[in-house]
Ligand binder design. Structure first.
Ligand SMILES: [Zn+2]
Length: 177
């Protein structure tokens, strides 16, 4: 492995550790964007001080809008350990965003690669996500009510299923590990 790759990996590893440590401590969501050309973070890891939501800074938005296609990787944590939300998948509409990952607090990791897939409009992403959500929802409610799953387990499994369907539909590469 080249020196350059090592540097890239160390920035990435530092960012992952930073998000993990801060998220575990506060229970909030944290986010950062890595410029894959330089291996550097666009801005330091940050939060909105919320357990279910985090937004990019204006500097990050500006960078995402001007960066070349498929040159940015986004990382954030989910204290709930659920997979990507419809809002998270809206980053696929930004051509510079190549891929994204979630660090779930249950030590679960989700990765979505948008590169080589479709980049539908945000409105379509939302409606497809809502449709897939609605398809699985009654089944998971039943499982929780019958005591076969906890609500937490059901939300995790359901969001994973939705993301599998989204990846199939739009040609994205999705992994959970
Ligand atoms: Zn998210």
């Amino acid at each position: 492995m080249s020196k350059r790759n090592n540097d890239h990996n160390s920035e990435y590893n530092k960012a992952v550790k930073d998000i993990w440590d801060k998220g575990q401590k506060s229970g909030y969501e944290y986010i950062c964007f890595i410029d894959l050309a330089t291996g550097k973070l666009v801005e330091p890891v940050h939060t909105d001080g919320d357990a279910h939501y985090v937004s990019p800074t204006f500097v990050e938005i500006d960078h995402l809008m001007s960066a070349p296609p498929d040159s940015i990787h986004m990382i954030h944590n989910h204290p709930t350990s659920s997979s990507f939300s419809a809002e998270d998948l809206r980053y696929s509409t930004v051509p510079s965003v190549r891929s994204t990952e979630i660090l779930g607090h249950d030590k679960i990791k989700y990765t979505m690669m948008f590169k080589d897939g479709q980049r539908p409009l945000a409105s379509e992403i939302k409606s497809t996500y809502d449709y897939e959500f609605g398809k699985g929802f009654p089944g998971y409610v039943g499982k929780v009510l019958r005591g076969e799953m906890t609500e937490h387990e059901a939300r995790k499994a359901h969001s994973h299923e939705i993301n599998q369907a989204m990846a199939d539909k739009y040609g994205w590469e999705y992994r959970r590990n």
